[in-house]
Write a protein that binds this ligand. Structure first.
Ligand SMILES: *[C@@H]1O[C@H](CO)[C@@H](O)[C@H](O)[C@H]1NC(C)=O
Ligand SMILES: *[C@@H]1O[C@H](CO)[C@@H](O)[C@H](O)[C@H]1NC(C)=O
Ligand SMILES: *[C@@H]1O[C@H](CO)[C@@H](O)[C@H](O)[C@H]1NC(C)=O
Ligand SMILES: *[C@@H]1O[C@H](CO)[C@@H](O)[C@H](O)[C@H]1NC(C)=O
Ligand SMILES: *[C@@H]1O[C@H](CO)[C@@H](O)[C@H](O)[C@H]1NC(C)=O
Length: 346
């Protein structure tokens, strides 16, 4: 009697498992290098808001397109938050956010964030923070690893300019349980070898997450590596155009995230968007300058592609190179945000 109940229970769960409906979601993903708070002050958010002009100027009172100076974070943060809120992403990732900056955005956006300071795994140094809309998404798990030879402790790759870290979040759509993974990195500005190793570590981790969970995996952030030229190794390793010898990766890391998806690539979501669905700016790095000769595209969003015969679990519906500058103010950052609309399924 007991056994038959058990058996029928088992049969019901197995059938339910087999006929599990494929579920899907639409996700808007935004990433932005904020520019660190290079001119820190004690001005509070309320003081900044209280200092905003109450009146709207007439046209002849506006200095259009003239302010190329870097404004302090205390001034930039209101515009940054408005830009994010108006683009209404579901996930918003940042680079270069110091503790004050990520806390300010938590308050201004009204969203939680995940991430730690890269210098000590606490509050020191820049955060590769990941914010998410808590009314749409649940956080399933999260962690940080370092883009170095010792990824499980705050550390610097030999010859790099700084400690470099990656934040990983696994989210689920709270309405239907569809899951996806976001990995947010900021690769080094000085060492091309660090950038290559960093890209290879992130790609290896992405392949593991895909193999382990069979959910879409996205890699975002400032690569400090363009798509062409002689410092494009990180981009090429990500997209599979250049090989990387994974035996150079920390062996504790490759054992923990062991996978056999040797053909896994991270596909550039700007490239994957249909031409008619690409909009906005090309360059993502502008500096605080009007001179376009140094403009580059070094901030990316990539989607994981297993190249093993599986269906892709994501589609890019739209790609936007966002704004960091409007005609009557100052640069919000020396980088522009990247925004995509994604269709994802499990
Ligand atoms: C208020 O605005 C003025 C004029 O732009 C500026 O000089 C001053 O530093 C601002 N004060 C604060 C607290 O932001
Ligand atoms: C996120 O990571 C922190 C630090 O490891 C941990 O305390 C927290 O429980 C994590 N949250 C989830 C949902 O995994
Ligand atoms: C790999 O990284 C771990 C933790 O970060 C470290 O303890 C270990 O020594 C590293 N392994 C090698 C071979 O360097
Ligand atoms: C890769 O690993 C997965 C999970 O361990 C396994 O199911 C699959 O058969 C392996 N594929 C190959 C080609 O080795
Ligand atoms: C990777 O791609 C190559 C070339 O298409 C193919 O020969 C090989 O079997 C693939 N490896 C895996 C693990 O899928």
């Amino acid at each position: 009697m007991k056994l038959s109940i058990l058996l029928s229970l088992f049969a019901t769960t197995s059938v339910a498992h087999l006929i599990k409906r494929e579920t899907s979601s639409n996700i808007r993903l935004m990433n932005w290098n904020l520019r660190y708070d290079s001119q820190p002050n004690d001005i509070t958010i309320d003081e900044t808001i209280g200092n905003l002009s109450l009146t709207v100027p007439d046209d002849d009172q506006v200095s259009f397109y003239t302010d190329y100076e870097e404004a302090p974070w205390s001034d930039r943060r209101i515009g940054v938050a408005n830009e994010v809120l108006f683009n209404s992403p579901d996930v918003f990732t940042v680079n270069e956010g110091l503790h004050r900056q990520v806390e300010d955005l938590k308050e201004l956006l009204g969203w939680p964030y995940i991430g730690v300071g890269r210098q000590d795994g606490g509050e020191s140094g820049e955060y590769e923070a990941i914010y998410y809309n808590p009314s749409k998404l649940n956080l399933v798990s999260n962690d940080t690893f370092w883009l170095s030879d010792t990824p499980f402790e705050p550390s610097e790759y030999p010859g790099a300019g700084s400690y470099r870290s990656a934040t990983v979040c696994i989210f689920e759509d709270s309405s239907n349980g569809v899951q996806f993974v976001i990995i947010n990195v900021h690769l080094d500005d000085k060492s091309d070898d660090q950038r290559k190793l960093g890209a290879a570590l992130a790609k290896y981790r992405a392949a593991y997450e895909y193999q382990d969970k069979h959910v879409p995996v996205f890699l975002v952030g400032d690569f400090n590596s363009p798509t062409s030229g002689d410092d494009n190794g990180a981009y090429e390793i990500s997209t599979g155009a250049q090989d990387f010898d994974n035996s150079k990766l920390n062996s504790t890391f490759t054992e923990k995230y062991n996978n056999n998806l040797s053909n896994f690539t991270m596909d550039d979501l700007m490239v994957e968007a249909a031409p008619k669905n690409r909009m906005g700016h090309h360059a993502t790095f502008t500096g605080f300058k009007s001179d376009t000769s140094a403009f580059t595209r070094i901030d990316f969003q990539f989607g994981g592609n297993p190249h093993n015969g599986d269906d892709l679990l994501w589609t890019v519906n739209r790609y936007k190179g966002g704004d960091n500058w409007y005609d009557n103010s100052f640069y919000l950052s020396d980088h522009r945000p990247v925004i995509t609309d994604l269709f994802i399924k499990n």
